[in-house]
Design a protein around this ligand. Structure first.
Ligand code: NAG
Ligand code: NAG
Ligand code: NAG
Ligand code: NAG
Ligand code: NAG
Length: 474
């Protein structure tokens, strides 16, 4: 990024990437402190019967701290911005709720995060869709650009939620940049404080997305046959979904030559990060030395240096130690929590039931040794079926009790006995191949145990209900 050391820039990508980057010299001695890692949650209001896991931070606090602690730089990658509730906007899912409703929903928390961002922007001298543009407007060292994933991958959005402050503090998780993600949606993430090594890796990804926004997508895209998914689709011209002779040279460094492999292979030896870190929220004194990794989507943006996000997930599932593919060969119990909400896709139920049917199929032959099993529950945040604006555009009461797009379990994580993966992507193939996403994964036993505890609190809460299996025929 060509900039003189004292000129700071606030860079914004409001539509699909919203990014704020204020550049300046890093404080001397950065990196001397020990890297500290906390799990981060948002728990919707009105869920008194969910057991709280001690030592887990709240998303609202962490987002305020990222801004509050930023003295030199703040990079934020987000799909959209809406920290301020819009009860007076008829087009908003917040429409028609009263001030006291908004207080009860915890909208103040969003306001506090917005203020913290605004203060950070003011500290850096200058000012973030409408919010990003407002933060940008009238501040001379603010620039905003928009990266349209649709032009590069045919569809998709910047779905990664990543914040980096002063090139050392980082948040990665499921929370969107809006007030509802703080107090009305169940979210899970991870916060790193004083971890320049983690921040540096995430910056590489951020810079790569940034580079794309400056390129002409028409010149740099081709249509490829995606064999694993059996579809033709638009991809960047350096994609490994193209035959080697059809590929262009990647404008994103570094690129490695790998033979044509029908798409993106999993790396047999993905880059691991060997950063010792403390987990003050779990075991206060111990400094742990276990391998961790970062993975990113879509693979064209970082592949060659970092594993694709899909591999982060798949390897986590395969890493189950119990008993040598997973459920039955390892005698493991696999538990899935699936969000059930207003925007639930009805077909999902049939897929889940067929997955449960594998329990029956395995047991159907006396030659199978079926130790393991699959269990699935729906997560129903109370009020999930009563969301939307309080008033219709015509002004009539709708009977909704909570704003639109709320009361849902939105966390994206997996945990097994030895490894945890905390990500931003929904578990649908296009999220790994056409959508920006990132995961942090680790073998750190503290993080693994605490994440398991969060999962168990949900699993055994009254808010999750078992998906009923299909009856065994015959
Ligand atoms: C800076 O971050 C720490 C945790 O890493 C937090 O305790 C502190 O309150 C933050 N400071 C500000 C000004 O936000
Ligand atoms: C950047 O923000 C300004 C308002 O400050 C807005 O008019 C403009 O459309 C935005 N540009 C992009 C590329 O999003
Ligand atoms: C991008 O490239 C195409 C063809 O190479 C050209 O027609 C188009 O004008 C370019 N767009 C921009 C914004 O430069
Ligand atoms: C599978 O695990 C169950 C309970 O953990 C155990 O009772 C059973 O013996 C195991 N079966 C095999 C084949 O290892
Ligand atoms: C929403 O679900 C709850 C609990 O299942 C039920 O009592 C309530 O009547 C439902 N509300 C609507 C509007 O369907």
């Amino acid at each position: 990024m060509p900039s003189s050391p004292h000129r700071r820039r606030l860079l914004l990508l409001p539509l699909l990437v919203a990014a704020a980057a204020l550049w300046g010299p890093l404080p001397a001695g950065a990196g001397a402190a020990t890297c500290k890692v906390w799990l981060v949650q948002s728990i919707p209001t009105d869920m008194p019967r969910l057991r709280r896991v001690p030592g887990v931070l709240s998303t609202g606090d962490v987002l305020q701290w990222l801004s509050g602690n930023a003295t030199k730089s703040l990079d934020i990658l987000a799909q959209y911005w809406q920290f301020l509730a819009q009860p007076n906007n008829p087009k908003s899912g917040d429409y028609g709720y009263s001030d006291s409703d908004m207080k009860r929903f915890g909208a103040d928390e969003g306001h506090r995060v917005y203020k913290a961002l605004e203060n950070a922007a003011d500290r850096f001298a200058p000012d973030f869709d409408q919010e990003s543009a407002d933060l940008a407007a009238g501040r001379p060292n603010v620039q905003n650009v928009t990266l349209l994933f649709e032009k590069w991958w045919g569809s998709g959005v910047v779905h990664a939620k990543v914040g980096i402050s002063d090139k050392k503090d980082v948040y990665i998780g499921s929370a969107n940049n809006d007030w509802k993600s703080l107090t009305q949606v169940k979210e899970l993430g991870i916060y790193f404080a004083d971890c320049p090594q983690i921040a540096k890796t995430v910056e590489v990804y951020f810079q790569n997305l940034w580079s794309l926004s400056a390129l002409n997508s028409t010149t740099y895209t081709k249509v490829a046959w995606d064999k694993p998914w059996q579809v033709s689709r638009k991809v960047p011209c350096w994609s490994h979904f193209l035959q080697p002779k059809e590929r262009c040279r990647s404008p994103i460094p570094p690129s490695v030559d790998i033979p044509y492999t029908d798409g993106y292979p999993s790396l047999s030896n993905p880059e691991m990060i060997d950063v010792p870190f403390e987990t003050p929220g779990y075991k206060k004194s111990t400094q742990e030395h276990y391998l961790s990794y970062l993975s990113f989507a879509p693979p064209e943006v970082t592949f060659g240096k970092f594993q694709a996000d899909e591999q982060g997930w798949v390897d986590t599932i395969k890493s189950v130690k119990v008993g040598g593919i997973v459920v039955f060969s390892k005698n493991a119990t696999v538990r899935l929590i699936v969000a059930y909400w207003t925007h639930f896709i009805p077909n999902t139920e049939n897929y889940l039931k067929s997955l449960l049917y594998s329990n029956i199929v395995c047991a159907s032959s006396k030659y199978n040794h079926c130790g393991g099993k699959v269990e699935i529950k729906y997560y129903m945040v109370p009020g999930y079926n009563e969301t939307g604006p309080a008033l219709s555009q015509g002004g009539a009461a709708t009977g909704n009790r909570y704003p639109g797009f709320t009361r849902v379990d939105h966390g994206k994580y997996a945990v097994c006995d030895v490894r945890a993966n905390i990500g931003t992507s929904n578990l649908i193939w296009d999220y790994f191949y056409t959508t920006a996403g990132a995961s942090f994964g680790t073998y750190s036993p503290s993080t693994v145990s605490q994440l398991q505890d969060i999962f168990d609190a949900d699993w055994y809460s009254p808010y999750t209900v078992p998906v009923e299996p299909l009856e065994a025929s015959s």
